[in-house]
Design a protein around this ligand. Structure first.
Ligand code: NAP
Ligand code: HSE
Length: 435
C-alpha cells in the first residue's frame, strides 16, 4: 500500500539547522526522503530553510536547504519555525539555543555535552517561553530512551539503569575479545569506520559515556545531574589478560554507564565491568549501544540499536522535529515535566558492588589464608577464588560479594602491604548478576 499524498493545501513549517555535517546532512536527507509521511503525521510540510556551517567552500552532500555561515539566519529569523542544533560543543551552541528559545522557537538538539551541562536551565527557559526542547539523539543515537524514561515510565519507579552508551569502546572491546586484537589496532579500526569522536580520548576515557549517563540519571531519578557528578574510568587499563580471565569465568568486559538511586542519593558512574555472557547486555556487540532499565513495576527492559551514524542519529532527530512540529501545529503548551531537584550525589566510596580482583602472589602455604583474612578484616566477603599458574607466575582471581567501594579500596591497600602479594594486577567491577 502506498503512502497517501498530503493535500496540496497542506501548510508548511520551516526547519533551520545549526550544522550540516554528519548528523545535519542525515537530517536534511530524511526530511526530503520521508517528506510525504512526515507531512501526513504533522499536518504540515517540513521545509528545510537555512543550514549554518563554518566553511561554505567545503564540499558536502546536502539534499535541500540554503547554506550560510550566519547563525542569525536560523537563531533570530522568525521565519524559521523550528531550530535544529547539530553543530556540537558547548559554545557557541548554548548561546544559539538560548537565543532561539528566547524568541519562543522550539529546539531539537543531538548535543550530549550541552544537555549534560546546561539541560536544566535550557529546559526551564523552554518551559517559560512555551517552546519545546527535545534531545532524543543526545543519548545512544537512534535508540528511543529519552521519551521512554520521561513519558512511558513516568508512572513507575526506576531502580537502576545500565548502559552501553559508547559505540567506539564497545567496538574496541568486542574486537579485543573476539579477535584477540590489541587496543591500538581496534581503536584505529573504530576511527576508520567513523565511530570515534574527533578526539577519541572522549570515547576511550569514558567522558562521552559520562555525559550520556548524567542525562539518563537526571531523567530516571528526577534529579539535576551534570557530567562532573559522574565517576569515570575508561578502558585504557583493560588488558588481554583481564578479557581472558573474564571469558574463563563466563563474563565479558564492557564499558558500562550505571545510574542508581539508593537511600535518597543518586550514584552515577562509568567504568569497565564484567557482565555475565548470558546477560542481555552481553549480546551487545561491535558499535551497538543498549540501555538496560530495571524498574519496580515494569521489571527489566532493554533498548538496543545504533548509537551513532548519520542516518540512525538523524532518525532520532527527525522524530523530535515531528514531536515539536506537532506541538506547534496544535498549540500544545510544553508539559511541565518533573520538578527536578538537586539530589545528593553518592560519593563513590559509598557505592556498592561486586569486584573481580586479580593478584600476583607467592605460591606457598598460608598465602590464601592471609589474603582471606585481609578481606575479612575489612568486612568484604569473598564469593569465589581461582588459582592460575604456580611458582613465580602464580595468580589468584577473587570475586567478592557486593561490598562498599570504600571497603574494597581499603582491602586493596592492605593487600598491597602483604609480603605474599607481589602486585594487585587488576580490579574490575562486576555487574548484571550471577553467571
Ligand atoms: P560534524 O560532522 O563535525 O558536523 C558539525 C557541523 O556543524 C558542521 O557542518 C560544521 O561546519 C558546523 N559547525 C561546527 N561549529 C560551528 C560553528 N561554530 N559555527 C557554524 N557551524 C559550525 O558533527 P556531527 O557528527 O554531525 O555531530 C553533531 C552533533 O551531534 C554533536 O553534538 C554530536 O555529539 C551529536 N551526535 C553525533 C552522532 C554521530 O554519529 N556523528 C551521534 C549522536 C550525537 P563545517 O561543516 O563547515 O565544518
Ligand atoms: N563517539 C560516539 C560513540 C558517537 O562512539 O558512541 C556517539 O556519541
Amino acid at each position: 500500500m502506498s503512502t497517501p499524498s498530503p493535500a496540496a493545501s497542506t501548510p508548511a513549517l520551516t526547519v533551520g539547522l545549526l550544522g550540516g555535517g554528519t548528523v545535519g546532512s542525515g537530517v536534511v536527507h530524511l526530511l526530503a526522503e520521508h517528506a510525504e509521511e512526515i507531512a501526513i503525521r504533522v499536518g504540515a510540510r517540513l521545509e528545510v530553510g537555512p543550514v549554518v556551517v563554518r566553511d561554505l567552500d567545503k564540499p558536502r552532500d546536502l539534499a535541500a536547504g540554503t547554506l550560510t555561515d550566519d547563525p542569525a539566519a536560523v537563531v533570530d529569523d522568525a521565519a524559521v519555525d523550528l531550530v535544529v542544533e547539530v553543530m556540537g560543543g558547548v559554545e557557541p551552541a548554548c548561546a544559539y539555543i538560548t537565543a532561539a528559545l528566547e524568541r519562543g522557537a522550539s529546539v531539537v538538539t543531538a548535543n550530549k555535552e550541552l544537555i549534560a551541562g546546561h539541560g536544566t536551565a535550557l529546559r526551564a527557559l523552554a518551559r517559560d517561553k512555551g517552546a519545546r526542547l527535545e534531545y532524543e539523539a543526545a543519548v545512544a543515537g537512534s535508540i528511543p530512551i529519552i521519551k521512554p524514561l520521561r513519558e512511558s515510565l513516568a508512572g513507575d519507579r526506576v531502580r537502576k539503569v545500565l548502559g552501553i552508551l559508547n559505540g567506539t569502546t564497545n567496538y574496541i572491546l568486542t574486537r579485543m575479545t573476539e579477535e584477540g586484537m590489541g587496543f591500538d589496532e581496534a581503536l584505529a579500526e573504530a576511527q576508520a569506520l567513523g565511530y570515534a569522536e574527533a578526539d577519541p580520548s572522549a570515547d576511550v576515557d569514558g567522558h562521552d559515556a559520562a555525559s550520556k549517563a548524567a542525562i539518563l540519571a537526571g531523567l530516571a531519578f528526577d534529579a539535576e545531574v551534570v557530567a562532573s557528578d559522574v565517576t569515570v574510568e575508561g578502558i585504557r587499563g583493560v588488558t588481554a589478560t583481564d578479557i581472558a580471565h573474564a571469558a574463563r569465568m563466563g563474563y565479558l568486559v564492557k564499558l558500562l554507564a550505571i545510574a542508581e538511586e539508593r537511600d535518597g542519593q543518586v550514584g552515577v558512574r562509568v567504568h569497565p565491568a564484567l557482565v555475565p555472557r548470558a546477560h542481555p547486555l552481553g549480546s551487545v556487540r561491535e558499535s551497538y549501544n543498549a540501555v538496560f532499565v530495571e524498574a519496580e513495576a515494569a521489571d527489566e527492559l532493554m533498548f538496543y540499536g545504533r548509537g551513532a551514524g548519520s542516518l540512525p542519529t538523524a532518525s532520532a532527530v527527525v522524530g523530535d522535529i515531528v514531536t515539536a512540529a506537532r506541538a506547534l501545529r496544535s498549540g500544545e503548551r510544553p508539559a511541565n515535566g518533573s520538578a527536578v531537584a538537586r539530589k545528593p550525589i553518592a560519593p563513590f566510596a559509598e557505592v556498592w558492588g561486586q569486584h573481580s580482583i586479580l593478584l600476583d602472589v607467592a605460591d606457598q602455604p598460608g598465602v590464601l589464608a592471609a589474603i582471606a583474612q585481609t578481606f575479612g578484616d575489612h568486612g568484604v566477603s569473598i564469593k569465589s577464588v581461582w588459582q592460575e599458574g604456580g611458582g613465580e607466575a602464580a595468580q589468584l582471581l577473587l570475586i567478592t560479594h557486593p561490598a562498599r567501594q570504600g571497603a574494597v579500596a581499603a582491602t586493596l591497600g592492605s593487600l598491597r602491604d602483604l609480603d605474599v602479594v607481589r602486585d594487585v594486577a587488576s580490579v574490575i567491577r562486576v555487574e548484571g548478576g550471577e553467571v
